[in-house]
Design a protein around this ligand. Structure first.
Ligand code: NAD
Ligand code: 6OD
Length: 489
């Protein structure tokens, strides 16, 4: 049996086993086999990481000038790019996602997140208000941005490096220090980033990593530590609620990027080739494990049958397999547990009256990936809006396709959910595109596209899909504290 890799905690610039005496197995989703062991952090370890982060704020890190700090952050990005293949290998073993996907999205974005936020903070402007006073001398008000302090970063497993650096990038660029708790399913790239921090000379204590789970483990220990000045979280809405409650103690701000049940609306005047290609991506990429992914597809009745037939054709062309297999574009789900959840919805769909257009089961895979957590890409029709499959987030490679006849009615149906993360609208009619996009209750709406990301734009969810916006200057709202200085002249 090959030797297992080990993922240690990274505290105050040192990799360490920690003090809990506990480890947990890390499974490769494509093979279903344990490939690594992670050292679970105890409360004392988490507290030590927070103490190191707090000390670093007042140490060399806090004394760097903005150019010195942002140069270091640029160097981080360059070092990730230099070690691209190591990050790629770590991410694809940990997640099982196809190499083609991780090499185009996850790893380049891991580096870009540092570059972009270094650029943002370099050019961030303050505000100045001249004020009149009764004595005629006047006053000047100007704003100064200060780092918020120690930021607790809690990240999910679906895009581990991308979503973690999406938070660590702006946090460090703004001068904060961080303690990161990666998902227990995917600790690899967050750990590897510790090596990069040391290599480029980020002072010790600025970036810390603690491994473990949520409740009664590293995640909860982190949110409960009163020296954590703000918590940024990406994950499920239910977990977000728990984290918001933890943040209430000490009145600490939270930034929450949560779940979704995202609609696509395809009008009869859409460019069908583009709508099919975009919907195939938005439903199936990363095996449907993208928070922005489409799970409800509303199609205008005149093109409904053709759309369903072409979507089915596209889904059936997807090649399922391990991350390194030639031509593969559909990997496994993240875990056995998540597969059980997704398959439970495959059963529920049938119980709720769905017609299974394609998929609905587990594919037969042979060879080294035969015990991987694969499911078939699945499309349903015939479901009504009140079914659990149409209402609840599944987070798998599946969608319900539903016909519609009326613009106002489809907007109402698209908005009839507790979530409000993203939507996609497909139409060649410009007025209709603006009109519909403007009425959807979501944080991000794409027109004739999906997951087209400009990192300067506001990113986040409406309703139960999140609190706050990150991205570009919007990240400064969370990662800095704005102070007004009023000078009487
Ligand atoms: P999750 O909520 O189960 O876990 C996310 C992280 O929170 C993990 O690191 C976990 O260990 C930790 N955690 C769990 N309970 C905790 C607690 N009580 N206190 C502190 N930490 C705790 O989410 P997941 O299964 O890893 O990710 C999938 C979910 O994330 C989906 O719902 C998806 O929609 C959502 N997501 C949202 C976005 C977004 O930007 N809105 C992006 C990616 C994923
Ligand atoms: O692109 C991003 O910045 C981002 N936060 C993507 C989130 C994807 C969710 O799974």
């Amino acid at each position: 049996m090959p030797q297992l890799l080990e993922f240690r905690n990274f505290i105050d610039g040192e990799f360490c086993q920690g003090t809990s005496g506990k480890t947990f197995p890390v499974v490769a989703p494509a093979t279903g086999k344990i490939y690594a062991t992670a050292y679970e952090a105890s409360r004392a370890d988490v507290d030590a990481a927070v103490a190191a982060a707090k000390a670093a704020l007042n140490g060399p890190w806090g004394k760097l000038t903005l150019p010195e700090r942002t140069n270091l952050i640029m160097a981080l990005a360059d070092e990730i790019s230099r070690r691209f293949d190591e990050f790629l290998e770590a991410e694809i073993v940990d997640t099982g996602k196809p190499k083609s996907l991780a090499s185009h999205i996850d790893i380049p974005r891991g580096a870009a997140n540092f570059k972009m936020f270094a650029d943002t903070i370099r050019s961030a402007a303050g505000e100045l208000f001249e004020m009149e006073t009764p004595d005629g001398t006047g006053a000047l008000n100007y704003s100064v941005r200060k780092p918020r302090g120690v930021i607790g970063v809690i990240s999910p497993w679906n895009l581990p490096l991308l979503l973690m650096t999406w938070k660590v990038g702006p946090a460090l660029a703004c001068g904060n220090t961080v303690v990161v708790k990666p998902s227990e399913e995917t600790p690899a790239t967050t750990t590897l980033l510790g090596e990069v921090m040391n290599k480029v000379g980020i002072p010790k204590g600025v970036y810390n990593v603690v491994h473990g789970f949520g409740p009664d483990s590293a995640g909860e220990f982190l949110t409960q530590n009163p020296d954590v000045d703000g918590i940024t979280f990406t994950g499920e809405t239910g977990t977000g609620e728990a984290i918001m409650r933890a943040g209430a103690s000490g009145v600490r701000p939270v930034s929450l990027e949560l779940g979704g049940k995202n609609p696509a609306i395809v009008f009869a005047d859409a460019d069908l080739d583009k709508a099919i290609e975009g919907t195939l991506r938005s439903v199936f990429v990363n095996c449907g494990q993208v928070c922005l992914g489409t799970e409800r597809v509303y199609v205008e009745r005149p093109i409904f049958d053709e759309f369903v037939a072409r979507l089915k054709e596209g889904a059936e062309k997807l090649k399922i397999g391990g991350p390194l297999d030639e031509g593969v574009n559909l990997g496994p789900l993240i875990s056995q547990e998540h597969r059980d959840k997704v398959l439970s919805y495959y059963s529920k769909a049938v119980e709720e009256g769905a017609t299974v257009v394609t998929g609905g089961g587990v594919p037969e895979i042979t060879g080294e990936n035969e015990a991987g957590f694969f499911v078939e890409p699945t499309i349903w029709t015939g479901l009504t809006d009140d079914t659990s499959v149409v209402r609840e987030e599944i987070f798998g490679p599946c969608c319900a396709v539903l016909p519609f006849d009326d613009e106002d009615d489809v907007i109402r149906r698209a908005n009839d959910t507790k979530y409000g993360l993203s939507a996609a609208v497909w139409t060649e009619n410009l007025s209709k595109a603006h009109r519909v996009a403007g009425q959807l209750d979501v944080g991000i709406c794409w027109v004739n596209s999906w997951f087209l990301r400009d990192l300067r734009t506001a990113f986040g969810g409406a309703k139960s899909s999140g609190v706050g916006r990150e991205g570009g200057v919007h990240s400064l709202e969370f990662y800095t504290e704005l102070k007004n200085i009023c000078v009487k002249l």
